[in-house]
Design a protein around this ligand. Structure first.
Ligand code: ZN
Ligand code: ZN
Ligand code: ZN
Length: 386
C-alpha cells in the first residue's frame, strides 16, 4: 500500500541503519515481516509460514527475499516499488533460507563470526533454520540498531500520529455523549471499534471499556457486564492510520441523569490527584530529561496524595508502528528524551474491587517542549449516559 511517506524517506532510513550497522561491524541485518520491515521500506507484509526477509548488508544494496506469490504485494510497497532495494523471489520448491544465505556477503560474514541482527519478532521457525544454515555467525536483535532510529519520528510520522490522535479524540467525545446505562461493556467496545474506523483509522486495534469495579484493572477486556448509573468507566482505545497508532484513555462517570449518582468524594479527590500527576508529568517531558524523571514526577504526586501503592504500572511507553516501543517512561530508564520521541503519558490509580481511573495522552517531545497530540479534555467527564 502506498502511503504519505515518500520513497526518499525510506532510502534515508535504510542508509542510516546501514551506517550504524557498518560502524558496529555487523555482518547483516535480517529483517522478517513486521514493523521493522514496514519502517525500513514501507512494506506492511502479511505474516505467513513462508519466509519474507529483507537482507541488509552494512554497505551496498539491500535485497528483499519474498515468495513468488507475494511479488506483486511487495512491489506495491513504496520502497520496493521505487527500487530502493532489489527484489528476489523464491519458488515453492526452493529453500528460502539458503537464498538468504546467498545474498551479498552474508555467508562470508557469518564465516568470519560477524553478528547477524535478527528482527525482534521473527518466529523461531525461521530463526532456528537460519542459525543452522549460518552456524559460525553470532546473533543479536535488530532493535539494537533500529530502535533508537525508529524512536525519533520525522514530520510525516508525527502527522500520522496526530491524525490518529484526533480521530481517537472524536471517538471519545461521541462515546461520552451517547447512551451507556443499560448497555454491556462489550456492546460499547463494538461501537468504539466501528467509530475508530469511521473517524479515519485504517484499523481498530483495541477498545478497553472498564466499568465499575472493572475500572480498577488496567487492561480489562470488555465483558458482558451491564453499565449502571453511579459508576466510572475507563475508556482506553486505539487504532492505526498507515500503521501509526492512536492510544487515548479518558475516564467517565455515568450518572444516568440523576445528580445523586455523581462521583463520591474519594473518587473526586483521587481524580484531582491523577489529573495533576498527568499534567505535570507531561510538562516534565522535555528534550534532555531522563525518561524515568517523567515517571518520577507522576509517581511523586500520586504518592504524596496517598495512592502510591495503587499506581501499579509505568507512566508511559513509546508509540509508532508498534503500539508499545521505545522510549519507555519507567524507573531505571535514564536515557534522555530527544526531539522526535513520541510516547504516552498515562498514570492511573486503581483501588482493587472498587474502582479506578486513568488519563492517557500521546505526547511528542518537540523542540518547543512537550506537544500533546490529544485534544480531548482531561477532566473527569460526568455524563448522563441515559
Ligand atoms: Zn496499557
Ligand atoms: Zn492506552
Ligand atoms: Zn498506552
Amino acid at each position: 500500500m502506498t502511503g504519505t511517506i515518500p520513497a526518499e524517506r525510506y532510502a534515508d532510513r535504510l542508509a542510516r541503519a546501514q551506517a550504524v550497522a557498518a560502524e558496529r561491524k555487523v555482518g547483516a541485518m535480517l529483517i522478517g515481516v513486521g514493523t521493522d520491515l514496514h519502517w525500513l521500506i514501507g512494506y506492511d507484509a502479511m505474516p505467513l509460514e513462508r519466509l519474507t526477509m529483507l537482507v541488509v548488508p552494512p554497505t551496498g544494496r539491500a535485497t528483499l527475499v519474498v515468495p513468488r506469490l507475494e511479488r506483486s504485494a511487495a512491489l506495491a510497497a513504496t520502497g520496493v516499488g521505487a527500487a530502493i532495494v532489489d527484489l528476489v523471489t523464491w519458488e515453492e520448491t526452493d529453500d528460502p533460507v539458503d537464498l538468504v544465505a546467498h545474498q551479498d556477503g552474508v555467508e562470508a560474514a557469518s564465516q568470519r563470526g560477524e553478528p547477524m541482527l535478527i528482527s525482534d519478532w521473527l518466529g523461531s521457525r525461521f530463526l532456528l533454520r537460519i542459525q543452522r544454515r549460518l552456524p559460525s555467525a553470532s546473533y543479536d536483535v535488530a532493535s539494537s540498531v533500529l530502535s533508537d532510529l525508529r524512536a525519533i519520528k520525522d514530520a510525516d510520522e508525527i502527522a500520522l500520529l496526530r491524525a490518529a490522535a484526533h480521530a481517537a479524540d472524536r471517538v471519545v467525545a461521541s462515546i461520552a455523549g451517547g447512551r451507556l446505562v443499560g448497555r454491556t461493556e462489550a456492546d460499547v467496545a463494538n461501537e468504539v471499534r466501528e467509530r475508530l474506523l469511521t473517524e479515519g483509522h485504517d484499523e481498530a486495534t483495541f477498545g478497553i471499556v472498564a466499568s465499575g469495579p472493572n475500572s480498577a484493572s488496567p487492561h480489562h477486556d470488555a465483558t458482558d457486564r451491564v453499565i449502571t448509573a453511579g459508576e466510572p468507566i475507563v475508556l482506553d482505545i486505539g487504532g492505526r492510520i498507515e500503521g501509526y497508532g492512536s492510544d487515548i484513555t479518558r475516564t467517565l462517570w455515568v450518572t444516568g441523569g440523576d445528580a445523586s449518582h455523581g462521583p463520591d468524594d474519594t473518587y473526586r479527590e483521587l481524580f484531582a490527584i491523577l489529573q495533576r500527576a498527568q499534567a505535570e508529568a507531561t510538562e516534565a517531558a522535555t528534550a534532555g530529561t531522563a525518561a524515568e524523571i517523567v515517571d518520577e514526577v507522576a509517581r511523586a504526586i500520586i504518592t504524596d496524595g496517598g495512592y502510591g501503592p495503587q499506581f501499579i504500572h509505568r507512566t508511559g511507553h513509546g508509540i509508532g508502528l508498534d503500539g508499545h516501543e521505545d522510549p519507555y517512561l519507567v524507573l531505571g530508564n535514564r536515557a534522555p528524551l530527544v526531539v522526535g520521541n513520541a510516547f504516552s503519558v498515562e498514570p492511573g490509580i486503581y483501588l482493587e474491587g472498587r474502582y479506578g481511573a486513568r488519563i492517557e495522552d500521546i505526547v511528542v517531545c518537540a523542540e518547543s517542549g512537550p506537544d500533546t497530540l490529544n485534544q480531548a479534555p482531561h477532566e473527569l467527564a460526568i455524563v448522563g449516559g441515559g
